[in-house]
Design a protein around this ligand. Structure first.
Ligand SMILES: Cc1ncc(Cc2c([C@H](C)O)sc(CCOP(=O)(O)OP(=O)(O)O)c2C)c(N)n1
Ligand SMILES: [Mg+2]
Length: 540
């Protein structure tokens, strides 16, 4: 077996199911082995940001590793933002990059694609990955690969593997997975004692489930734990979509001033807030109506637990949840009453113009009739609108908040899960990576794309209305769909929107782009609440 085959088998053994990539001359040798070995399917896309977002999406929706394969320099540097998003949002993406061979590295010449030094790329990726290796020694490679892939899964963060192009066919032994790290059982027991003790004395305990619950495959267990503890469950903005198909007392999504008042009140008045797998970020917590004293919360994330001023290190989330389940038998006698929020439905299919909340109604009506679809959302008002759509699997960069994620992530979702996705994207974000839809035909993907066209960087305009640079003008996105291999339609009334969705759900085998014209300045209910709330608390 050669070095790349050994790497590919290891990736598959650690949970990778496909590779997204764009080659280059430094990468052609390893791409050739990927294609010829057929160990993992290879999907090439058109721009490396899309490669990174698609790989990230597969890890988020399926669990296991996402894999993004690029060439040295221009390719890898083009993907830095997408890998940074994966790092910030705890997504286990493996970055494979071709690299200069040992011989050429000592040629004394500056190499094409080289930035500062030949190691600049490795240095830059050290900032957005939790482990790295350059495979320049075939004898050491199996152990290095095992270490890096174990880091990726243990931390649920990206890692970087550089493959010198003269190493790809070096004979290489198979990779043996690293043994799981030992856990101090006494410390784990003490930690669980303290958590249960805090929850027991709390009068209004609440469990907030964060993205690590999905990343470590714990949704069913956390739903079971919440029932046993009799805790109401909320998700954060980033955690939206978690626990959708689990039997959990899920009250809703906490969004502070932008969210549903009863959910906001439940969380902000809690005297026992248990943050499980949560990213403690501004998008999750900065818009609190009443400041949450995080020191009074129980925080379990990043492999450690913090209660007030106590910190327990090396507490993997899975081990913590398992230990709590082992200690808490049977469901609580007091089941938390869950008043299921009634999402907006019953779109009036008339000649009125379309507001984002009308889109949510139309989608909820579609889900009621045809079943729910998983959602890949970009950022912008489309993501705020997603909060008004029925709970369903949702992947979106709710914390890192990069544009361009939506379309490639939807393609990655369909490639890895086989499910048809609903993609929500604004016109500004579509201008960045929407063209990846041109790859659907080759691979048989057929997402339904709802393009929120307000001809504006509208989120920015809400904060700085005086700036003219937020005007984008109208692009004819619908007309471009046919050239990309799909069907496109522009809709400006609610009746047209309903008809377009009915046609889209009935059409398979071609992507369906619905360009929704939204009048200038018309926001979703959620974004309007967010903007008003931010303005209110910033003047306090
Ligand atoms: C890659 C990238 N570039 C720039 C931004 C800044 C930014 C926003 C965040 C605040 O940083 S929101 C926004 C406008 C989005 O426009 P569109 O996709 O049309 O959505 P909508 O009209 O609903 O706002 C920009 C440019 C970003 N988040 N990501
Ligand atoms: Mg816009």
């Amino acid at each position: 077996m050669n070095l790349v085959e050994s790497l590919l088998h290891a990736l598959k053994d650690h949970g990778a199911r496909e590779i997204f990539g764009i080659p280059g001359d430094f990468a052609l040798p390893y791409f050739r082995i990927i294609e010829e070995s057929e160990i993992l399917p290879l999907y090439t896309l058109s721009h490396e940001p899309g490669v990174g977002f698609a790989a990230d999406a597969t890890a988020r929706i399926r669990g296991g590793l996402g894999v993004a394969a690029v060439t040295y320099g221009a390719g890898a540097f083009n993907m830095v933002n997408a890998v940074a998003a994966a790092y910030a949002e705890k997504s286990p993406v493996v970055v494979l990059s071709g690299g200069p061979g040992k011989g050429e590295a000592s040629s004394g010449l500056l190499l094409h694609h080289q930035a500062k030094t030949l190691d600049s790329q490795l240095q830059i990726f050290k900032e957005i990955t939790c482990d790295q290796v350059k495979l320049d020694d075939a004898a050491r490679a199996p152990a290095d690969i095992a270490r890096v892939l174990a880091s990726c899964l243990r931390n649920s963060e990206p890692v970087y593997i550089e493959i010198p192009r003269d190493m790809v066919r070096e004979p290489c032994a198979p990779v043996v997975r690293e043994a799981p790290r030992a856990i101090d059982r006494d410390a784990l027991a003490a930690c669980v004692d303290e958590i249960l003790g805090r929850l027991d004395v709390a009068k209004r305990p609440v469990l907030m489930a964060g993205v690590e619950v999905r990343r470590f495959g714990l949704e069913e267990k956390v739903a079971d734990l919440s029932r046993r503890l009799g805790l109401p469950v909320v998700t954060s903005f980033m955690g939206r979509g978690l626990l959708t198909d689990c039997d959990a007392p899920l009250v809703g999504t906490y969004m502070g001033v932008a969210g549903l008042p009863d959910v906001t009140q439940l969380v902000e008045s809690s005297d026992g807030l248990f943050l499980l797998g949560e990213i403690i970020s501004d998008t999750n917590f900065a818009v609190s109506e009443t400041r949450i004293d995080l020191r009074q919360t129980i925080q379990a994330h990043n492999g450690q637990v913090t209660l007030g001023y106590h910190m327990y290190a090396n507490m993997p989330l899975a081990a913590l949840v398992d230990e709590m389940l082992a200690r808490v038998k049977g469901n609580a006698d007091k089941a938390f009453p869950v008043a299921h929020y009634q999402y907006p439905k019953g779109l009036v299919a008339d000649g009125e113009t379309i507001a984002p909340t009308d889109i949510a109604k139309a989608v909820n009506d579609l889900f009621a009739e045809h079943g729910r679809l998983p959602i890949a959302s970009d950022i912008g008002d489309c993501l705020f609108t997603a909060m008004e759509i029925e709970q369903t699997a949702l992947i979106a960069p709710g914390y890192y908040a990069t544009m361009g994620f939506g379309v490639p992530a939807g393609l990655g979702l369909q490639a890895t899960s086989g499910q048809r996705p609903l993609i929500l994207v604004g016109d500004g974000a579509f201008q960045m990576t929407g063209w990846e839809l041109g790859n659907c035909k080759r691979y048989g993907w057929d997402p339904i794309v709802l393009l929120f066209n307000n001809a504006s960087w509208e989120m920015l305009r809400t904060f700085q209305p005086e700036s003219g640079f937020n005007d984008l003008g109208h692009w004819g996105f619908a007309e471009m769909a046919a050239g990309l291999g799909g069907d496109g339609v522009r809709v400006s009334t609610r009746a047209e929107l309903k008809a377009a969705l009915d046609k889209a759900i009935a059409t398979r085998g071609r992507f369906q782009l619905i360009e929704v014209t939204i009048p200038r300045g018309v926001l979703s209910t959620t974004l309007a609440r967010f903007v008003a709330g931010v303005k209110r608390i910033s003047t306090k």
